[in-house]
Write a protein that binds this ligand. Structure first.
Ligand code: KIV
Ligand code: ZN
Length: 387
């Protein structure tokens, strides 16, 4: 694979589903999985098979129908989890077992109540067991970013030795800042002797709003897989948003010369699909997929965009599958946008009628927050009748 190719690992159906209230049924998961495959996602984490019978059945159903993406299931570092996961992904054309254990002092002491050496032995045993069931094994150091670096290096080395092909270093609680997280990736690359036998992966949570920045910094430091979700869905404040990661790499290829296999034109559609299925609406000012991400309300901006869209748009709307940017008509809108809107609505009016309608539009916009197309149609029809 090209050295600058970044693998996109989508976990909308697993970590995304862990958002309180975001559960999906099997049919909904299948629809999302097929849309992820269609947009070119490399790895789909379809669920956590041991978690429930519903999860198992959904992962198995996805494994049966998805052909072009790797289908992955999550498993803790226990025989029961790993065997159940292997069973669920068995029908997949390409299946992956993703097994994890916590490695930070806090998690080992309080959550696992295990000594570091016992955890280390469990890393080797769990990965080795998973490798007897599939060739493609990913190992994650849960709370990796808060793990003591020497111990993390030993765990990573042991996981690779036991057969893991992907090593994931989660920022489980979204605590890292970009240069620190990139430094951890660089440290692993420099210190783990067998690191070149595995792909380094990152999995960032958004508790401080840094998940995307941390993921990109880690790629610049040498990571080549990003774990992310559609609309940034996920535990607490969510995971790195796939649409943001992918569009940052596409738009700033000058500074971030890494490619993904994602067909970005599918982004808007899948964002809406996930939002409709989960009932989680996307905030209007959300980067890339928010309703206002390509909308211009101020007259100065609207005028600029009509003359040359690049004045206020760093990506084209069609690059994310939006038909066009929308001119939102409100009290800040100017004549140029008003004329463009009239053209969109099918009007070809003499200057006097346009001016008359524009004056009355401004008057209406002062009283009404959103001026809809129907309002403008009413104004214009009235102007024409009176004209
Ligand atoms: O955030 C996390 O650490 C996880 C792991 C299970 C990969 O989701
Ligand atoms: Zn996570």
């Amino acid at each position: 694979m090209d050295r600058n190719r970044v693998i996109i690992f989508d976990t909308t159906l697993r970590d995304g589903e862990q958002s309180p209230g975001a559960s999906m049924n099997q049919d909904e998961k299948l629809r999302i999985a097929l849309a992820l495959e269609d947009m070119g996602v490399d790895v789909i984490e379809a669920g956590f098979p041991i978690a429930s019978n519903g999860d198992f059945v959904a992962v198995e159903a996805i494994a049966r129908v998805v052909k072009n993406s790797v289908v992955c299931g999550l498993a803790r570092a226990t025989r029961g989890d790993i065997e159940r996961c292997a069973e669920a992904i068995r029908p997949a054309a390409r299946g992956r077992i993703h097994t994890f254990i916590s490695t930070s002092p806090l998690h080992m002491k309080y959550k696992l109540q295990m000594e570091p050496e016992t955890v280390l032995a469990r890393v080797s045993d769990s990965v080795a067991l998973a490798r007897t069931l599939t060739d493609d094994v990913e190992w994650s150091a849960e709370d990796g970013s808060r793990t003591e670096p020497d111990f993390l290096c030993r765990c990573v080395e042991a996981a690779i030795k036991a057969g893991a092909k992907t090593i994931n270093i989660p920022d489980t609680v979204g605590y890292s800042v970009p240069d620190e997280y990139a430094g951890l990736i660089a440290l692993l690359i420099n210190r783990v002797p067998n690191i070149d036998q595995a792909i380094l992966s990152v999995h960032c949570h958004n508790d401080l709003g840094l998940a995307v920045a941390n993921s990109l910094a880690a790629v610049a430091a040498g990571a080549r897989q990003i774990e992310c979700t559609i609309n940034g869905l996920g535990e607490r404040a969510g995971n790195a948003a796939m649409e943001e990661v992918v569009m940052a790499l596409r738009t700033r290829a000058d500074r971030l010369p890494y490619q993904t296999g994602i067909r970005t034109e599918a982004i808007t559609r899948i964002s809406r699909l996930v939002s409709t299925i989960t009932g989680f609406s996307v905030q209007p000012n959300k980067a890339i997929v928010g309703k206002n991400a390509f909308a211009h309300e101020s007259g100065i901006h609207q005028d600029g965009v009509l003359k040359n869209a690049q004045t206020y748009e760093i990506m084209t709307p069609d690059s994310v599958g939006l038909v066009r940017s929308s001119l939102v008509m409100g009290k800040h809108s100017g004549r140029a946008a008003f004329r463009a809107k009239l053209r969109d609505l099918g009007y070809d009016l003499p200057d006097g009628a346009v001016e008359d309608a524009f004056v009355r539009f401004k008057d209406l916009a002062d009283r009404k927050k959103d001026v809809f197309d129907e309002d403008i149609v009413a104004l214009v029809d009235d102007a024409v009748v009176r004209g």
